[in-house]
Design a protein around this ligand. Structure first.
Ligand SMILES: [Zn+2]
Length: 423
């Protein structure tokens, strides 16, 4: 179980710094599976080390405990902004796994430090999985078992990642493997939706380890061959258009915030965006008005913008906000403002930075090689995850999606539940 994942972590934590320059130089010469021959050789060497074999054996022996951890953690609800109960249980499991310096930071992230052989306080590697789920408070999180398949909301995204971290910690300890750098294991909060990556943002911008992080891995939902090296950035706004309001008959002729909003939406949809880097927008949710015979005082719009490129996202944001202002101006010019003019509040409700880790970088190259030693051809992709934050800061980062052995049967269903068939 999770052998590919284990090697991938070894690639990042144990060898990435010593061979960083070599990996860069090798970016051009790739084998058919996408890994450079030198990285493939390196990973094969690692696979044959006695300590690594011991660690693999420990991972196999850990399987039942891994399943028990998945079930136990899934059944503790962790809706957005309410991860505290699961965090506490996870911190206890960190301690039981034997990791040091366990704490829950100010934002609610669970942290545990596995000391390496380097100097205390030196650079470290982060391995993370997220505590939160997309499911709202009150969702039934009971795990249901059907043969070798487990069903429950959030079980794959991302409790399996949390449980995998515990198994990795124990396997490293069983084999007495000491990485050159410390490894900071993290169960982070706020990965999903309006959580807006708050856990990882805190880790990189305010947390006590922020200046020590050399690279970042996260274990998150997806297919076995997925390797995300690009972070899709997003900006989300709630735009509230306000006006004087009045009776639909008696006050006819005054400005209407709904018209300003509609005008803005129509014009936003004329903004040209590049196919590559993929850049998109969506007018997604609207509301407002109070009665069919009243000119509204208020109408609002939630808008989502995304791009693979930070520069394109910034350009799009500017163009969209200009159209919002233009919609307001055109309505104020078109009808009477004797009772008051239309104004707009622009509230930023989501901000995920864009970024990417170069496919030729040592981290990506060695990760591809790690997949290849398990017979898996890595598929590079863009996605919006915890890794957006370090990518945007220029720190090598990669969420990998290798929670199953190649060929092992795991089924996932999206929507209200995730299902995991046990390998
Ligand atoms: Zn996830």
């Amino acid at each position: 179980m999770n052998r590919a994942l284990f090697k991938i972590m070894l690639a990042g934590s144990i060898i990435s710094l010593p061979v960083a320059s070599h990996g860069q130089a090798n970016g051009a010469a790739l084998a058919a599976n996408g890994a450079s021959p030198a990285d493939t050789r390196l990973l094969k060497t690692i696979k044959d080390r006695p300590a690594v074999k011991t660690a693999f054996a420990a991972l196999e022996a850990e399987h039942d405990q891994w399943v028990e951890n998945i079930i136990a953690l899934t059944q503790i609800p962790a809706p957005p902004f309410k991860e505290a109960q699961r965090a506490k249980a996870y911190a206890d499991k960190f301690k039981a796994a034997g990791i040091g310096d366990v704490e829950i930071d100010k934002e609610g992230n669970v942290l545990g430090l596995l000391r390496g052989s380097g100097k205390p306080g030196g650079k470290l590697v982060v391995v993370a999985a997220h505590l939160d789920t997309v499911f709202p408070e009150g969702t039934d999180v009971t795990v249901k078992r059907e043969g070798d398949t487990l069903h429950a909301p959030g079980i794959g995204d991302d409790v399996a990642g949390l449980a995998t971290q515990l198994s990795l910690i124990k396997a490293l300890a069983a084999a007495k493997i000491k990485a050159p750098m410390d490894i900071l294991f993290v169960g982070d909060v706020g990965e999903e939706g309006l959580g807006d990556l708050r856990g990882v943002k805190h880790l990189f911008l305010k947390g006590k380890y922020k200046d020590r992080i050399a690279s970042f891995f996260s274990i998150d939902d997806g297919s076995v061959d997925g390797l995300t090296n690009g972070g899709v950035g997003s900006k989300r706004y709630k735009l509230t258009f306000k006006g004087p309001g009045g009776h639909s008959f008696g006050a006819f002729g005054i400005v209407n915030p709904m018209t300003a909003m509609s005008q803005a939406i129509v014009n936003i949809y004329k903004i040209p965006v590049p196919k590559s880097p993929k850049t998109t927008f969506s007018a997604s949710v609207v509301g407002g008005g109070s009665s069919v015979n009243a000119i509204p005082r208020e109408s609002w719009l939630q808008l989502d913008m995304r791009s693979e490129s930070a520069a394109e996202l910034a350009k799009l944001e500017q163009a969209v906000l200009a159209q919002v202002d233009a919609g307001v101006a055109s309505e104020n010019a078109a009808r009477s403002t004797k009772d008051g003019a239309i104004s707009v509040d622009k509230q930023l409700i989501g901000d995920r930075p864009a970024g990417n880790t170069d496919a030729a970088s040592p981290l990506v190259q060695q990760t591809i090689a790690a997949y290849a030693t398990e017979g898996v051809t890595a598929r590079l992709s863009f996605s919006s995850t915890d890794a957006n934050v370090p990518m945007n800061l220029g720190i090598p980062a990669s969420p990998f999606r290798a929670r199953r052995r190649a060929g092992a049967a795991i089924r996932w269903t999206n929507g209200s539940t995730s299902a995991r068939r046990l390998p």
